[in-house]
Design a protein around this ligand. Structure first.
Ligand code: FAD
Length: 429
């Protein structure tokens, strides 16, 4: 029986094409090998990355690699890539690890960002901007009639994150960071509880990378913090379960972001329609995980069916994801380690927006890493200045957003007071 090494498999399907007994199935990003396998070994030869092995095969050719650098950044989302880029610009040797084989894909985002929050990090570029938005409309969908509010004057973008995330990683590489894709951090090198590096696994095998500082930018599914003893577990009430289709063939104002609030539409959350140009839009919603009585995807299907202008469209992409809408963990740093972005739960609890926050945190963490390494002290006490700078830059505002989320319970989200608060929050300031 042949077995597949999932961390090497590139899901290309070459093995499926040569199997004479139809024993291999490619189920999107899962390769399944059935009992029908006759061990002929043809698939081994067809695999371009050596991900298939005969049962009992000992991978003696693999030699664990050892490396050293100043900073290892885990995760090449916006937070990690900005951290890596800024740290490299500050003269540090940087390794940026990304477990996916393609940075930015699959997308887990509605891709909205305010102009003012984007430009401190990168000049807007048509290569990764799908739409420029200048208007917002909020509709309250209740048992009676639908009430709408409109705002104009702000400027924002709906990104193409597949490209945006990759461009940020490319900028990190241009600044001198070494980027490794399909390479997952699997643990930390710890010495008496102090973080001394990262254990990683990639196509070339496993690696131990020693470094002065690890920056955990590994997103909502973060493990890096917990490996260092930081508690980043989310409560269900602080987790939004989200589903989104990229709908093609619809007619909407291409410069307007639409929000829909209503307990039946999205309990504890909201639905959105963000234009993507050329008759397309990201149409999605998030539901508070402890309040929803159905999956986010089923809520979304019902929402789209209820809106005739959306129901005429066709889904061409499905996005699903979780968003932390939580208070900040009690610590963002440990000895030799900092957390940024979704890994640090630095998302706006009212809107679920986290791209800009992740980039802000990434830059702050890079600056603090450079200072701490120069001073020869990367203890949690020395790195705590990152927590202070985060609180001054965005943390206090995020804490206020969390208090407002708590103050306006799910039943009160259709009140005019909440709508005012929400309108300001989605403005991105
Ligand atoms: P991520 O972008 O999640 O990047 C983390 C990276 O780490 C990933 O590439 C992952 O593969 C990698 N990684 C994880 N574990 C490992 C490991 N062990 N080793 C190596 N790599 C690892 N925000 C907005 O601002 N605007 C929006 O419109 C918006 N809409 C959203 C809609 C949905 C449906 C969802 C789910 C989220 C949305 N967000 C939005 C939130 C936004 O996507 C995140 O806040 C943002 O991506 C956080 O960036 P990050 O760099 O912290 O993490």
């Amino acid at each position: 029986m042949i077995r597949v090494q999932v961390d090497r498999c590139g899901y290309c399907g070459a093995c499926v094409s040569v199997c004479p007994v139809g024993a291999i199935e490619l189920a999107e990003t899962h390769l399944l090998i059935s009992q029908a396998c006759v061990d002929c070994g043809l698939c081994l030869a067809a695999c371009p990355v050596g991900a298939l092995q005969a049962e009992g095969y000992a991978d003696s050719k693999r030699v664990p690699l050892r490396r050293r650098c100043d900073v290892v950044v885990v995760g090449a989302g916006p937070g990690g890539s900005v951290a890596a880029r800024e740290a490299a610009k500050l003269g540090l040797s940087v390794l940026l690890l990304e477990k996916r084989q393609e940075i930015g894909s699959p997308v887990r985002c509605a891709e909205g960002i305010a102009h003012d929050m984007l430009v401190p990090f990168i000049e807007p570029d048509p290569r990764w901007i799908s739409a420029t938005v200048t208007k917002a409309q909020i509709a309250v969908i209740g048992s009676e009639k639908t009430v709408t509010r409109q705002a104009e004057g702000g400027k924002g973008y709906i990104l193409e994150r597949r490209v945006f995330d990759r461009v940020l990683a490319e900028e990190a590489a241009q600044a001198g960071a070494q980027v490794m894709v399909k390479t997952a951090a699997t643990g930390l090198l710890l010495e008496d509880g102090v973080v001394r590096g990262v254990v990683a696994r990639g196509p070339a095998g496993s690696m131990e990378i020693e470094c002065a500082v690890v920056i955990g930018a590994d997103g909502v599914e973060s493990r890096v913090g917990s490996w260092a003893g930081l508690d980043t577990t989310l409560l269900l009430r602080d987790t939004m379960a989200c589903a989104q289709y990229l709908l093609a063939g619809i007619e909407i104002d291409p410069a307007c972001c639409y929000y829909y609030i209503g307990q039946d539409v999205a309990p504890g959350g909201y639905a959105w329609v963000f234009p993507k140009g050329e008759g397309k839009a990201n149409v999605g919603l998030g539901v508070q995980a402890d309040l929803a009585t159905d999956s986010a995807l089923n809520y979304l299907t019902r929402f789209i069916e209820s809106q005739s202008h959306l129901a005429q469209g066709s889904p061409v992409t499905l996005v699903v994801g979780g968003v932390p809408v939580a208070p900040l963990p009690s610590r963002l740093v440990a000895d030799g380690l900092m957390l940024v972005g979704d890994a640090a739960r630095q998302v706006d609890p009212l809107t679920g927006g986290g791209i800009a926050n992740a980039m802000i945190a990434g830059r702050l963490a890079a600056e603090v890493a450079a200072e701490a390494i120069a001073a020869g002290n990367v203890s949690a006490q020395a790195l705590a200045v990152y927590e202070e700078r985060w609180m001054a830059a965005r943390g206090r505002k995020m804490a206020r957003s969390y208090r407002l989320k708590e103050r306006f319970g799910p039943d009160e989200r259709t009140s005019s007071d909440f709508l005012r608060v929400f309108m300001v929050a989605v403005g991105g300031g």
